[in-house]
Design a protein around this ligand. Sequence first.
Ligand code: G6P
Length: 607
Amino acid sequence: MCGIFGYTGKKKAVPILLQGIKTLEYRGYDSAGIFVSGCAPVRAVGEVKNVEGAGGLTKCVGKAGIAHTRWATHGVPSLRNTHPHTDCEESLYIVHNGIVENYKELRERLENSGHSFKSDTDTEVLAHLVEDAFQKETNLHRALVRALKDVRGTYGIALMHKDFAREIVVARMGSPIVLGIGKGEQFVASDPSAIIRHTDTMLYLEDGETAVLSPGGYKIFSSGNKTLNRKPEKVDSDIGEIQKEGFEHFMLKEIMEAKDVFDATTRGRLDLKEGVAHLGGIKDVEEKLQNMKRLVIVGCGSAYYAGMVGKYMIEEHAGVPVDVEIASEYRYRAAPDQKDTVVLAISQSGETADTLACIKEAKRKGLLTLGIVNVVGSTIARESAAGVYNHAGPEVSVASTKAFISQLIVLVLLTLYLGRQRRMGIGEGRAIIDELMKLPSKIQRIFDGRDAIELVANKYVLNRDFLYVGRKYNFALAYEGALKLKEVSYIHAEGYGAGEMKHGPLAMIDKDFPTFAISPKDSVYEKNISNIEEIRARSGKVIALGTEGDMLLASLATDVIYVPKTIEMLSPILNVIPLQLFGYYMSVARGLNVDRPRNLAKAVTVE
Ligand code: G6P
């Protein structure tokens, strides 16, 4: 997490740097800081806007600098822990994204040799290590390379020294670093979206690589410190300015983009005649996918829950056995995967550290790796052998909404692709596509009824606990619905398989512990109805999410939210929208920071 931005060139650096880290605020918003050559560093707790105008920054005319927006790992969000960090002499400044795992022993060693620390962060050891290394080296780059030899962990680093006013030295290990190559000016950032307004010519650093930026150019070095001649690449300039466009919050705007996301994710990919999906990004591995005997889907948070839905789709319609694993578990488990197993990572950002580690682990075992990734050119997209882009557009709000919907749609496309390679007949493929194409108008019907969802949310705003239950295709949605509620409204919510209620959770049910029951008219409808009866018999309130026209549900539940009918496999795509809206309205009613929930960040680039 944490966002890094650096600039060296002909223009006043301050506004460019502030704008840069504002774009990166999705990575963390605990505190922000900036160092520009010739000026004193400025730091502030909270969002980037708190740095603007602080500490005489408006008067600073320096033309090179580095900036940082923090998601706290080591040390509370406070001024003393805000980047940039510095050495004893306050002559060098460093911003860092990642974790120095051996920082305790390094700090002890440095303190014993006379260094005094000003923060509780792991990052500060880097500043002192470079300070020491600089005594033995002739330039800042060599000093950083020498210092990093002692470091274990992950880092994206940008470093400046007062005496080399126009030079920025950068390094990457496990945390993304991209360089922006301009005319007479260079940029560095954690993510291309912060650079694209200045240049679309970029260069991604690989793990172990370092670079030196100056207004006139850049040099990159291999992990063995040899000069590299890698050419920059043109990055898709679609990652433009992101606005709320009249919506009060990004979360609502992004939920309401579901139909556009549907169009963008399916564009040019559906073939109704052949009953199949065309996915250009996996064409080259077609034969390997034909021979695949097992699929392992890995992801974190909402992406993991999307994978759980995908398992039901792919197993039922393509006949491929699928395991879904939380990425932070899979990466450390000695999974005895056979060569005909394929590992599929699902990730909106394409930067989630645990998910990325799974791809690396799978590659090490010689397995074919795939990605379903939203951010074009992100690390997971580049590390996977093949994959499918979501094309959902930038997602700003921390809680994933439109990206989740898009992930489900890509999983439908993948099911069609894998299914038609196997047992799925043309008729079945066509029927799925036919139903899929009806979703946008059904999504609109849900949007038309969103005021009713807000009313239901307002009724429950004082409740402190919630249970979400579902079965089969909507089993994972129980978890996703609960996740939406807890992350944006801070209300305790648990997801559960409805069939598991009797094995424990039912004990918690009373009149103050409501249950959100996802119970569309599908093959497990009657089972769900029985579970709702059991909750009602114990005075539990039930908000039921059901299929339009289901009067039985209305007579049983305390409140009902209706969703248009579709086929079972596609029902999560519709059902998740009211769950997202419910979480959103709860957060608004409780007066919380919807788009930036406390303690969280959008891209989780540390373990
Ligand atoms: C964070 C976000 C979630 C997201 C998860 C995985 O926790 O807040 O919304 O689902 O990371 O992120 P990814 O970018 O890999 O999909």
